[in-house]
Design a binder for this molecule. Structure first.
Ligand SMILES: *[C@@H]1O[C@H](CO)[C@@H](O)[C@H](O)[C@H]1NC(C)=O
Ligand SMILES: *[C@@H]1O[C@H](CO)[C@@H](O)[C@H](O)[C@H]1NC(C)=O
Ligand SMILES: *[C@@H]1O[C@H](CO)[C@@H](O)[C@H](O)[C@H]1NC(C)=O
Ligand SMILES: *[C@@H]1O[C@H](CO)[C@@H](O)[C@H](O)[C@H]1NC(C)=O
Length: 501
């Protein structure tokens, strides 16, 4: 009896401890101190010694978006992150890691042979004239890491940097684009020596594809290499290649997210494979850069659907999902939807025909605080913050008075230099900004950063709101200034998700 009872207690608490937390791609992610997580273009890996996931990334704060060093966070569930400070701290006057230098795309791997954690990154000066790979090491996962050197990989140039470890033989590989010069524009896969201390040889060159931000995910039978096009901090259609072996032959690239979502508004960066007790889950870890405010850039982490028989990989969108890192299982969280057709409009906001939208209408003309839309009858089951996802799009139809030149083509955005995101009064805007007011409480205006999308493409923007218990909540959306205008994105619907368990 007693043993049974004890066993039950343990089972209960173990289950409670490992209860998965929600992952909300594109939300503002905070660490356990309540600060915005700043770990851009980084890597996340599980460390056996500590039994935790460690997330390294570029540390960016307002006013210093480059050379901020490498931050590090740890987590047991991939949703709750504790900050451990800078794993690689910039050193004033240092030739490679001073705050004036570029310290980008850090990746960390454990070297069995040196018993050290090895951090590699794209080391450069501010004009990208050096194109080196930096190495720093630490005896512990969390650091601090000590700078070792920065060098040219096998004599070539190295810009966007990635790192991949083959789970079958433990061998690690550097992935790097060799910059934008005419002689460059390739992406390399090069093997490390067994120490992961230097590169040994080039295993494959993706010749002249002119792609960047490379990462690789491995299944039992395939390697998939994901990369983005080169459009600066503007997102584009992320592509993947497949091969049986890292040396190739590699397939043609294909687009891994629905067309014109621009990789769900993200750039490829890293992948994380969770080989759980029940299933294996492949996560895409992308960056949602905000070029107007780099330090506020967000993270798009999504499961990938990989079908080795069809030789296909696709990234799947989920507003909110629940991941159990022990079993590897995840499920999409269900929300309650409120459609635009049932919302009321004020001022110049109106419902416009849109055959791609829910019920064939979309809410548009959301401008300033006198042209708003209001969703009513929104249910709040508990008095805790609820995650609300506003499904929005923007159509250039409503922007004919403000975008220029008239032949601007967003179709080729990413692939053609002529492509352009939303252009308001001549200025590129990667986002619109809306005000969100709950239950008419004008004193607590929430700010919603809505990403620019392609014509007719509906994407979600998450926002954490507090609703009253009962079903009489209202949510009012207006436009806020993005420095150029007061336009909010067109809205399709609102989905309210339950709070975390
Ligand atoms: C970066 O390094 C290159 C190559 O040494 C040099 O030509 C360039 O002037 C440097 N840029 C800066 C900002 O120091
Ligand atoms: C550091 O890298 C440079 C090339 O960037 C190389 O010349 C030098 O020998 C390296 N030093 C060490 C200690 O590895
Ligand atoms: C780097 O490789 C490219 C081909 O991928 C070659 O044309 C170029 O000369 C190389 N650069 C250096 C510095 O070796
Ligand atoms: C409404 O927006 C204008 C700017 O368009 C601003 O000056 C004013 O303070 C706002 N009023 C309220 C009540 O938020």
């Amino acid at each position: 009896m007693q043993l049974n009872f004890l066993w039950l207690t343990v089972a209960c608490c173990w289950a409670a401890l490992t209860t998965a937390k929600f992952i909300v791609p594109g939300a503002r992610w905070h660490d356990t101190n309540g600060n915005l997580i700043s770990a851009h273009a980084g890597s996340v890996s599980f460390d056996d010694a500590t039994g935790k996931f460690w997330w390294f990334g570029e540390y960016k704060v307002e006013g210093q978006t480059e050379g901020g060093g490498v931050s590090v966070y740890s987590s047991e569930d991939l949703a709750t992150w504790s900050y451990h400070g800078l794993a690689l701290e910039p050193i004033e006057g240092h030739p490679y890691i001073s705050p004036d230098m570029i310290i980008q795309r850090p990746k960390v791997v454990y070297s069995e042979r040196t018993s050290q954690y090895h951090m590699w990154w794209h080391a450069d000066n501010s004009s990208y004239g050096l194109l080196l790979q930096g190495l720093a090491t630490s005896p512990t996962a969390g650091g601090p890491y000590t700078f070792v050197n920065a060098s040219s990989p096998l004599g070539n140039w190295s810009q966007d940097f990635g790192l991949f470890t083959d789970y079958k033989d433990g061998r690690s590989y550097a992935l790097y684009s060799n910059g934008d010069r005419r002689e460059g524009r390739d992406v390399y896969v090069a093997s490390y020596d067994k120490d992961v201390g230097a590169l040994e040889r080039v295993v494959h060159r993706f010749d002249k594809y002119d792609l960047e931000a490379p990462c690789i995910v491995q299944t039992e039978s395939s390697y998939y290499a994901l990369m983005s096009h080169k459009t600066g901090y503007r997102p584009n259609n992320v592509v993947a290649f497949r091969a049986d072996s890292l040396a190739g032959p590699w397939s043609q690239p294909w687009i891994v997210a629905p067309l014109n979502t621009r990789g769900f508004n993200s750039q490829s960066g890293y992948t994380l494979t969770i080989r759980g007790t029940k299933t294996t889950t492949y996560l895409y870890l992308g960056d949602q850069w905000d070029s107007n405010s780099l330090w506020e850039s967000r993270y798009i982490w999504l499961p990938m659907a990989i079908d080795d028989k069809k030789k296909d990989l696709q990234i799947e969108w989920h507003d909110v999902y629940d991941l159990d890192v022990k079993t590897g299982d995840w499920k999409s969280v269900k929300g309650k939807t409120y459609f635009g057709k049932d919302a009321t409009t004020s001022g110049n906001a109106f419902k416009q025909e849109a055959n791609f939208a829910s019920d064939g209408v979309i809410l548009t003309g959301i401008y300033g605080n006198d042209s708003t839309v209001t969703f009513s009858g929104i249910e709040g089951s508990v008095q805790r913050p609820l995650r609300v996802s506003l499904k929005h799009t923007m159509t250039f139809v409503m922007l004919t008075d403000v975008y220029s030149p008239p032949d601007t083509d967003d179709m080729g955005f990413g692939d053609q230099p002529g492509g352009s995101p939303d252009r308001i009064k001549g200025a590129w805007q990667l986002r619109r900004i809306s005000s969100v007011v709950v239950n008419g409480d004008e004193a607590n205006v929430q700010t919603l950063f809505q990403r620019d999308t392609h014509k007719g493409i509906i994407l979600s923007t998450p926002l954490l709101l507090t609703l009253e218990k009962g079903s009489s909540n209202t949510i009012t959306v207006g436009g806020l200034s993005n420095g150029v205008d007061y336009k909010g994105a067109d809205l399709d619907r609102i989905v309210v998700y339950p709070p975390e368990p």
